[in-house]
Design a protein around this ligand. Structure first.
Ligand SMILES: Nc1ncnc2c1ncn2[C@@H]1O[C@H](COP(=O)(O)OP(=O)(O)O)[C@@H](O)[C@H]1O
Ligand SMILES: [Mg+2]
Length: 290
């Protein structure tokens, strides 16, 4: 193989600003508000991690950022221009695998440029570079079914990055992996980020994952979701798991975020149990009348 000096395309990181964004679903009398007057910035060339309880509205926000759906109120801008439709400026990596089972790792990685008719020598070289970065050279001719879960996730990272988006958006991409594989993924992913400094927006429910990865952390409320806190994760890079475990600063950040998430959980629990009590009450009244 020829020595590749600099196969990486120029990176143009974007910045996304969400201003007073709300999203609700359903007919007026059954309206369910999922996102409520939510404002935040996904800063240029930084890794912003959104951490929030399961079901709070994170994937809903991602669909708005990607342009699959429109906000009910407020607006979202990329580099000053309002978002319109989906575009490869903003690529989303989902938890569910998007690899084509009938294509090899290599063909999956090249899929985007090939589909657009942009498969140049530079693109192939960038593909080689990414394949090596995610440690899949020996698996380039294998099919997704022959890869482990972690390898599939790595192939997907490469498959998204080859399109050189202005913003990479990741929706719980490592959910469901076992703990050790997950930690390995954090290392691969953060190295890729550190070397490229593209704008990244990463969504998770896992606080350790958030602290390990983030430059900035957005801690979210329960549904309808809003930003409760923005925490600067000013820990040195490259990060190592062992260092983070022993770092007082990392533990402080984790405690700060956990106390917010705990308060949110208690709030919804008390709301939930009230709803449950009302239901039982109403049910008993009906049962005694019958
Ligand atoms: N299209 C929709 N219609 C009605 N409700 C929806 C729709 N999409 C999401 N929701 C509601 O929004 C809530 C949050 O969902 P989601 O954004 O997937 O949360 P998260 O990703 O944080 O787990 C869920 O309770 C779900 O019922
Ligand atoms: Mg989700």
């Amino acid at each position: 193989m020829s020595a590749v000096l600099n196969p990486r395309p120029k990176i143009v990181p974007g910045e996304i600003v969400a201003e007073g964004v709300s999203k609700s679903y359903g007919a007026p009398q059954f309206r369910k508000e999922v996102v409520q007057n939510c404002s935040f910035t996904i800063e240029r060339a930084k890794l912003t991690v959104m951490v929030g309880p399961s079901g709070c509205g994170k994937s809903t926000l991602i669909r708005l950022l990607a342009g699959f759906e429109q906000p009910s109120a407020g607006r979202i801008v990329l580099d000053g221009a309002p978002l319109a439709e989906p575009s490869r400026d903003r690529l989303v990596v989902f938890q569910e695998t998007a690899l084509f089972p009938w294509m090899t790792t290599w063909d999956n990685i090249l899929y985007g440029p090939r589909a657009r008719g942009e498969l140049s020598r530079e693109t192939r070289e960038f593909g080689e570079f990414l394949l090596a970065k995610v440690g899949l050279q020996d698996f380039r001719d294998k099919y997704p079914g022959q890869l482990s879960g972690g390898m599939q996730r790595r192939a997907e990272l490469a498959r998204a990055m080859i399109n050189n988006p202005k913003v990479m958006i990741l929706d719980e991409p490592f959910r469901g992996l076992d703990a050790m594989t997950k930690e390995l993924m954090w290392e691969y992913y953060s190295r890729l980020y550190e070397e490229n400094r593209r704008t990244n927006f990463f969504v998770t429910t896992d606080i350790d994952e958030a602290v390990f990865l983030a430059d900035r952390m957005l801690v979210m409320s329960n549904i309808p979701t809003q930003v409760r806190a923005v925490i600067d994760v000013d820990l040195p890079r490259p990060r190592k798991l062992v260092d983070l475990v022993e770092s007082d600063r990392a533990n402080d950040i984790k405690k700060q975020a956990l106390s917010i998430l705990h308060a949110e959980a208690m709030r919804s629990f008390s709301r939930g149990s009230k709803a449950a009590a009302d239901f039982v009450d109403a049910y008993l009244k009906r049962a005694s009348r019958a």
